[in-house]
Design a protein around this ligand. Structure first.
Ligand SMILES: [Zn+2]
Ligand SMILES: [Zn+2]
Ligand SMILES: [Zn+2]
Length: 150
């Protein structure tokens, strides 16, 4: 899979290439799913000094520069993913039982033609579409429980 170049991304965003920023961005670029701060901390290696506060601060600077997007959930735990040409805006599905977040295909947003809803001189530079429910794994577990009670 193609990835953004870490150093070029930081350069374009006008952020200095500190070892911590490079470490956090490396984790995000290689992630297959959106990550929580906890996941990022688990994956950042060789940076013994990095703590939660530092990760939050780095994520805030990445978000402000449009490098990453933040996906908020009902439980107050946010997820982060790259906001680059390899990963265009798309909807997410959040399971309220196991609290996992998965990415849904971007064509839903492309085909929705949200611009038709706009009146006057409005322009759109971001769309957030998040679905909440119960994931397949949790539904299987629920079904299992139901069956064992019968
Ligand atoms: Zn990319
Ligand atoms: Zn689930
Ligand atoms: Zn996503």
């Amino acid at each position: 899979m193609e990835h953004c170049d870490i150093h070029t991304t930081l350069e374009h965003a006008g952020l200095s290439k500190t070892s911590r920023r490079v470490a956090v961005l490396t984790v995000l670029v290689h992630a297959q799913t959106p990550l929580r701060v906890k996941d990022i901390l688990d994956r950042v290696c060789g940076e013994g000094q990095i703590n939660k506060v530092t990760v939050y601060r780095i994520l805030a600077s990445f978000k402000a520069e449009g490098i990453i997007r933040e996906i908020a959930t009902d439980h107050g735990v946010n997820f982060y993913e790259m906001a680059c040409r390899h990963n265009p805006t798309h909807p997410h599905f959040y399971c309220r039982i196991c609290r996992s977040l998965s990415c849904l295909p971007e064509q839903v947003i492309r085909e929705s033609r949200f611009e038709h809803l706009l009146t006057g001189n409005q322009t759109v530079d971001g769309i957030t579409l998040n679905l909440t429910g119960v994931c397949g794994t949790c539904n299987l577990i629920k079904d299992g429980h139901r069956r064992s009670k019968q």
